[in-house]
Design a protein around this ligand. Sequence first.
Ligand code: SF4
Length: 491
Amino acid sequence: MPTQLEHARDGTVTDAMQRVADRENRDPEFVREQVADGQVVIPANHHHDALDPMGIGRELATKVNANIGNSETTGGLDEELEKLHTAVHFGADTVMDLSTGDNLDEIRTANVDHSPVPVGTVPIYEAVTRVDDVVDITADLLLDVVEKQAEQGVDYMTLHAGVLAEHLPLTDGRTTGIVSRGGSILAQWMEEHGEQNPLFTHYDELCEILREHDVTISLGDGLRPGSLADASDDAQFAELDTLGDLTRRAWDHGVQVMVEGPGHVPMDEIRENVERQQEVCDGAPFYVLGPLVTDVAPGYDHITSSIGATEAARAGAAMLCYVTPKEHLGLPDAEDVREGMAAYRIAAHAGDVANDLPGARDWDDAVSEARYNFDWERQFDLSLDPERAQDYHDQTLPGDNYKDARFCSMCGVEFCSMRIDQDARAIENDDAETDASEDSESAGMTGLTGSTDLDTSAAAEVNLPPTGTHDDADLPEESPVDHSQASGDDD
Ligand code: SF4
């Protein structure tokens, strides 16, 4: 069966492309052309029956990935499905199952069976669990794991095929060495064997397996910087050059491909990083981890990274991998997932507004109009996190009578500027009527005109409320005991 890329090259608009066009409010032919040119990927394994297809590309709305999965110490099947629900509920466009604990096959297949969003994995994690020592990993084992996961319906896989033996000395002198889990595993393997990265030497075989099932490659950046000090260094860009070559080789095989990026990058270097990836990789979608724009705020890295993610989205990144407040510190819980998803949905949307995507700002305008009109219920309903918005409002003014009050507790009734503005305009309007009856001119303020209709918006689904765009009805309810692996430095 052809891949989406092969269909697109043949001129065929598939059902998946049509669905992406509907969700993005774009012409199906535009989506087909973008897929054919490798500018958009539609991760959609032939075996993933529960999938609601989505697209990732610079010209589409910016997407957000959430990492889930168990570890050696946490995460049974039910708990993992709860994580999936939590991520989707709060708006994840894709999820990556980074499980490294028990029951990997059971959890992975359950995730695929239940997930309406594409499921990604990092196959080398499973390979590590199947040997006593990293040095025992073989190329055959890697191929075996990739083939099995492809048959299980995984939609995209991170392959750190661009970490080459000759790149490793370039990391000498770094402040934080190699922080990618996959990159560090492969570096150790290459050092022990004195051989080239098996994911690189067997790349064509891997591509053929992935083509058969239409698994999208997510080319991992195993040498990404783990600190501002290491950003944009020779090791990072040497690997990027290899990723450009591997992108074109995947396309030659008819395989869809996106490229992963940093990590930790000072604000003033983010645009350069995105533009360099786009040039080196011929416009293949860029999937970035943050990046964090400062290293000084452990406990707040969902904020430090969402600032960088916003800039990356603005510069052309296609998908953002969320970071939670627990980054660098511990395993996130459900509240951390919520905080991380909110931070990243904001980053993605802010990038789309700044890039003037069709209709992207309509949501902002609708919220602003509800706010000015003191339509509190509508403001809550349209909020990125309605529950949070109402909870914060009601902490000080809980009564129903405050739901149409012309103030909140922030400024109080006396100093509510929007109430004062409305009153001033009412005065001006009264004066204007009087002046008109006296045949004189009025130069005062007039009424406001905002009346955004979200039902007719040209915005993509992800830029319209509710925040979670996928149907999560068939998934277990989220639970306060939820846990999730969500480390930007860990794939
Ligand atoms: S009181 Fe202040 S914050 Fe509250 S609605 Fe009025 S202007 Fe806005």
